[in-house]
Design a protein around this ligand. Structure first.
Ligand code: 4GY
Length: 266
């Protein structure tokens, strides 16, 4: 996988590349990563990358020229690696990131059927108030992506969040390659929340582990976990129940269980 990161703060990414499970993707060389600092593409002696907004108002705007040059250099490297560059700008104005987006993105970057169209990611991390609008006009940005309806001070944390979600889905990155597929929001659980989890001891303070989990009956355990998953989702994120239902992902048994719980919980 080829990755280019355009950022004024490349050191921030050590949180991703040097610690935790996802760092393995970098340490094992599964990701060919290159950082581009817009400052190195600044045209003047002071290495200026920001300026005051036309029309007045607070804050600064990232200048078009250094960013355009950085994006073009990153895309050139991607092409040299045989990838089709896909430039993503992280901003609150983008489409909101979902696990479905991650799964689709993974398909594009790992695509083997037509290697010519295998995507390489170029992530543009903004700072200050905004980037100059003409970067969009030039067609340099393929996709605008948001981590949610919240504003942070730069695109680095959103980019790291996106990369963490993406790279943990890559084969060989997690210890147990099942865990990436089974947790909350993955397609393997039909868009429902995860079930509850327990580990030793069997009794903690006044609470014991549900006995079915100690039974060794794997079919029974699967039913129990599915029901816990439905219950969790019903209580915490009812919108996801409705979404799963609309997509035909709830079985007759699921609906029966939900109806029984709705009766008892009101
Ligand atoms: N939310 N999702 C987000 C953000 C802040 C560009 C500098 C978000 O992705 N990015 O809040 N980014 C950036 C936006 C200018 C501040």
């Amino acid at each position: 996988m080829a990755l280019d990161l355009i950022t004024l703060f490349p050191e921030m990414f050590t949180a991703l590349t040097q610690q935790g499970v996802v760092s393995r993707a970098f340490k094992q060389g599964l990701v060919n990563v290159q950082f581009w600092n817009p400052r190195e593409f600044a045209l003047n002696a002071n290495k200026t990358v920001d300026d005051r907004p036309y029309g007045g108002g607070p804050g600064m705007v990232m200048m078009a020229a250094p960013l355009a040059a950085a994006i073009r250099a990153a895309c050139e490297r991607q092409r040299a690696l045989g990838k089709k560059p896909h430039v993503i700008y992280l901003s609150p104005q983008g489409r909101v990131l979902t696990q479905t987006w991650i799964a689709d993105c993974l398909q594009h970057v790992q695509q083997q059927s037509n290697i010519e169209t295998q995507r390489g990611l170029v992530l543009l991390c903004g700072r200050y108030e905004a980037i100059d609008e003409r970067l969009f006009d030039l067609g340099l940005i393929d996709e605008e992506l948001s981590i949610g309806d919240v504003v942070v001070s730069g695109g680095e944390l959103p980019a790291m969040l996106m990369l963490d979600a993406l790279l943990r889905c890559v084969e060989g990155v997690l210890n147990d390659d099942m865990s990436a597929q089974q947790d909350s929001f993955s397609r393997a659980v039909d868009g429902l929340l995860d079930c509850s989890h327990y580990t030793r001891p069997e009794k903690f303070e006044e609470f014991t582990v549900p006995s079915v989990l100690l039974s060794g009956d794997h079919a029974k355990i699967a039913v129990f976990r599915r029901q816990q998953s439905l219950l969790n989702t019903m209580r915490k994120r009812f919108d996801l129940i409705e979404q799963a239902r609309a997509q035909g992902q709830l079985s007759v048994a699921d609906e029966k269980f939900l109806a029984s719980q709705m009766d008892s919980e009101g």
